[in-house]
Ligand binder design. Structure first.
Ligand SMILES: Nc1ncnc2c1ncn2[C@@H]1O[C@H](COP(=O)(O)OP(=O)(O)OP(=O)(O)O)[C@@H](O)[C@H]1O
Ligand SMILES: [Mg+2]
Length: 307
């Protein structure tokens, strides 16, 4: 199946002369949840704005559902719902009116049943007559999602959907995303919450300083880049690591009571068996051990760390 979004050789230089995106190539698969991760200023919002036709590209091309965003903007845009990073809505309109109006902007005929479904899915039904100004921040964010879904888009962009949203509500938002995905919507979200990407994404893209540094299946990414750590809790404290153990690059921590060994799960051999043998020969005994896998956060930090 062809990708639903295809970004080719895309660069963006702002009027100020600042190059915000540099030769981006990216394909989004139909029906996936794609998380775009990157530090502040990496270019996430710029990329989304260009795909949604809000900002102009300087070089390259973007197609959405087969429509070129420059040559057939309306065709492309009609497939997209966008929840922008900055919230702005008409404060004194009701929820119902705001969401219905958004649908009208796309030239779609009225469909109260659809608006009702969207509001119910987002737990906003009991607020349908409330003025936006009277809602909490999390509710406002859900109204923005309702607006973005009002015209039944096939693709939903969520630019930091859960920034400043409490844990409970964030989980509710994840549920909403899963329901949307199950109904066939392709979702692209940006986030600073790595656990959100870890939880939600089928694939993850990392962008840093205007360049895509990695695109990978989540599971594959964690396996490929994932390092494991073995911690040995020593029976008695040691002052230094014996020279015979130097090849293992162990770390001594917890005031000499813990040894840490980092190993690669993809390596041919982990070295654990020989390490344990060499520890015994060195007279170091331990009374407990545990292993842990590096998180997506560790992976992310190592990718975007300035060289
Ligand atoms: N209108 C603009 N004019 C000039 N530079 C801009 C403009 N908009 C964004 N930039 C710059 O482009 C770079 C990327 O900004 P962008 O908003 O895309 O980052 P982001 O990844 O969304 O960051 P954040 O995580 O903070 O939302 C930043 O250095 C920013 O200062
Ligand atoms: Mg942004």
């Amino acid at each position: 199946m062809p990708p639903i979004i295809s970004v080719s050789n895309l660069s963006k230089t702002y009027g100020s002369g600042f190059k915000a995106l540099d030769n981006i190539n990216l394909e989004i698969r139909r029906g996936e949840i794609f998380a775009l991760l990157g530090p502040n200023g990496a270019g996430k919002t710029t990329l989304i704005s260009i795909i949604c036709g809000i900002a102009n590209l300087s070089r390259g091309s973007v197609t959405v559902g087969g429509y070129d965003i420059n040559k057939d903007y309306r065709g492309a845009r009609s497939l997209i719902g966008l929840v922008p990073q900055e919230l702005h809505t008409d404060a004194f309109e009701s929820v119902w009116a705001t969401v219905s109006f958004s649908r009208g902007l796309f030239g779609k005929p009225k469909n109260p049943a659809h608006i009702e479904k969207v509001l119910k899915d987002l737990s906003l039904w009991d607020k349908k007559d409330a003025k936006i100004v009277t809602l909490s921040g999390g509710m406002k964010r859900r109204v923005m999602i309702a607006k973005a879904l009002s015209h039944e888009p096939q693709i939903l962009f969520l630019d930091e959907p859960t920034a400043g949203v409490d844990v409970e509500l964030r989980k509710g938002m994840w549920e909403v995303m899963r329901t949307l995905q199950a109904s066939g919507v392709t979702i692209i979200l940006t986030t600073h919450y790595i656990e959100e990407a870890e939880e939600m994404a089928d694939r993850i893209g990392v962008i840093n300083k205007g360049e895509i540094v990695l695109v990978e299946d989540k599971a594959g990414l964690m396996q490929k880049l994932g390092k494991k750590q073995l911690k040995l809790h020593l029976q008695s404290k040691i002052d230094a690591i014996p020279a015979a153990l130097a090849p293992y690059n162990l770390e001594l921590s917890d005031q000499g009571r813990q040894l840490i060994y980092n190993y690669d799960t993809q390596g041919e051999r982990t070295g654990i068996t020989s390490l344990l043998g060499d520890l015994r020969d060195a007279g170091i005994r331990f009374n407990d051990l545990d292993t842990s896998q590096s998180s997506l956060e560790d992976i992310f930090v190592s990718l975007v760390r300035a060289p």
